[in-house]
Design a protein around this ligand. Sequence first.
Ligand code: NAI
Length: 304
Amino acid sequence: MAEEIRFDGRVAVVTGAGGGLGRAHALLLASRGAKVVVNDLGGAVNGTGSGTTPAENVCEEIRAQGGEAVPNFSSVATWEGAQEIIKTAVDNFGKVDILINNAGILRDKSMLKMDIEDWNIVIAVHLSGTFFCTKAALPIMRENNYGRIISTASAAGLYGNFGQTNYGAAKMGIAGLMNTVKLEGAKYNIKANTLVPIAGTRLTATVMPPQVVEKLKPEYVSPVVAYLASEQCELSGAILTAGAGYFSRAAMVEGPGVFFDDPESVTPEDIAAKLSEITSLEGAKEYDSATAQTGYALSHVKLD
Ligand code: NAI
């Protein structure tokens, strides 16, 4: 049997935890001993409005099962709000060990019909929100030489989805952000990973039939989040997908490519002629940093 994963003495912040996936993550961490800040702005799916009830209710649920939790109602989408969220953890529990960037909204429209405001607010909540909360938590994690950051991306970002240029860009941006947090956090024992969930929540209820929503419980995603939040976690910089009992890893890979010895002589016709070799992913590799990828790309360059 693997060692039991517990969070005794650990402090977790879960953003957007008033419902859906965030609530499920918060309940699981709290049931295993974590003290949890349940953040939620309490607005509508499209990011309008606010309220205290969702975060308060989840704190009540956690206390009812014998756990410890405090609510926070700030928006992740501003630097001030993010600082408030992390301050709630420090004021009540003395630190933050685990940050789950989960808050999210939708403003789906094809790009032709999308208003600039629909772009700005989605980028603000998802991408800036993840940056702000992570930036606010990092100094404390560095001080304690311990941190586990899980940020929420989406298949819409990794693979594209009609009507979601704003959301997809923000979600892929989050994966990119975590690639660098992984590098900057490494020497402080801060591990940063990205979750790509599939779950029936109010966010997906509009696009999925009720019987599908019922099968895709957010609780089915949370075990992988709890693993990534644990001391036992061996991963950093990973993108893990989860939903309905499916767990997997997605990755950015690059094929071995083609090297032309004389870059000056390469013509568009040479590209056309070699296209299948250039685009082949046979023997493709992952790189753990831009430096490693650039090192390979420039490996044939001879300096005078
Ligand atoms: P949800 O709507 O139930 O949960 C999102 C929560 O974030 C809501 O409770 C909302 O009030 C809160 N929130 C929104 N803006 C906020 C802000 N500015 N500050 C603080 N809280 C805010 O939806 P769900 O599905 O649980 O989504 C959780 C995360 O998972 C989101 O980031 C979403 O984009 C992502 N996701 C969900 C998928 C799914 O299949 N449900 C698929 C891929 C990604």
